[in-house]
Design a protein around this ligand. Structure first.
Ligand code: ACO
Length: 311
């Protein structure tokens, strides 16, 4: 490692400059980014599945059209993110192979089932809401391609969050049965949404270095608190109750205090033992295998076109 290059890198990061693909960077910075961005891409990619489950059963044509375009957006997010990771010298095939053989992680949240239509509404409201809190912060990431991908993704996620909240409101203001469905979905998705922010700061092995390099700009616990503070008034407005008896506004800090997350459940899901982990991965592997002929045909077509140009 060249000490002058290292100093230039450190100075650029400290001055809020963006590191670009051709700039020198420490090998561990590169590796951390590949890990985080590829896992983020995988999350968007696997995240299509719980919602995809409801496309054929959406309660109206309007809801179906919205859901389809939202799922399409998530596919787009995974593509921007795979492209951002590719600028660090890793191939898309290698990233997908790591997902398919279980080496790479993706967000724990997508390993929970969507039992009713209200779960789809709750995902938009809570899961996309949590994703925005995390991603707004990542817009200031020191790595240029990742921070820029976050700008567009945040705009789209913001729309997703609003449509989820609006769908939740329709249920919460509907018949007693619909309100009950909304409450039950909130009960199911509340704690898993808080888990999206990762382990608490004291148990987060990557945080210190990632914060120093300005890959992450806020700590896991700070972002989780921001999400809770933002979401409780929204739940109140819906007339729904968050399933946490310890939740209370702390007059001194101005923040909501909340109960302890079930960390055992969190690690079980992260390590592959959640309700849907096996099903989700199998589904992705099958989609990859069934799409092989499309990739082969596209490559053959591209080769033929290139050969024609040469001739
Ligand atoms: N689900 C699955 N794995 C998780 C989760 C989670 N909710 N939270 C943390 N982990 C993993 C980390 O990836 C890390 O594993 P690894 O070292 O094998 O990669 C381990 O648990 C320890 O966690 P941290 O040290 O806190 O890891 P990190 O500094 O990467 O922070 C975080 C985790 C906050 C998720 C960060 O990676 C991040 O901000 N990622 C980008 C956002 C993202 O991926 N969002 C996906 C969901 S949003 C959506 O797709 C709609």
């Amino acid at each position: 490692e060249d000490p002058a290059k290292r100093t230039a890198f450190d100075e650029k990061v400290a001055a809020e400059g963006k590191i670009e693909p051709r700039d020198w960077m420490p090998e561990k910075y590169r590796k951390t980014l590949v890990r985080q961005i590829s896992q983020h891409a995988h999350s968007e990619y696997v995240g299509m599945l719980p919602e995809g489950n409801w496309v054929t059963r959406a309660p109206s044509l309007r809801r179906k059209a919205i859901l389809l375009s939202k799922i399409q957006d998530e596919a787009g997010h995974s593509l921007y993110l795979y492209s951002a990771a590719e600028t660090l010298g890793v191939s898309r095939d290698a990233m997908l192979e790591a997902l398919h053989d279980g080496r790479a992680k993706y967000s724990s949240i997508f390993n929970y089932p969507t039992l009713t239509w209200a779960d789809v509404a709750a995902i938009g409201w809570l899961v996309d809401g949590a994703a925005i809190v995390n991603q707004v912060s990542l817009q200031r990431c020191s790595y240029g391609p990742y921070s820029r991908a976050m700008v567009r993704i945040c705009k789209e996620e913001s729309f997703h969050q609003r449509q989820g909240y609006e769908a939740m409101m329709a249920l919460a203001q509907g018949t007693p049965e619909q309100k009950k469905m909304a409450q039950e979905a909130l009960n199911r998705w509340w704690w898993p949404s808080l888990m999206m922010f990762g382990p608490s700061d004291k148990d987060s092995p990557n945080s210190e270095q990632s914060m120093a390099w300005r890959i992450k700009r806020d700590s896991n616990d700070d972002l989780r608190q921001r999400f809770v503070d933002m979401t409780i008034p929204q739940a109140d407005y819906l007339g729904l109750t968050v399933p946490d008896p310890e939740l209370k506004l702390n007059a001194e800090t101005g923040h909501y205090d909340f109960g302890e997350i079930d960390w055992d459940e969190f690690w079980q899901v992260v390590n592959g033992n959640g309700i849907c982990n096996r099903e989700r991965l199998q589904n992705r592997r099958d989609a990859w295998d069934k799409g092989a002929w499309v990739r082969e045909a596209a490559m053959a077509h591209a080769d033929k076109k290139a050969a024609r140009k040469l001739a």
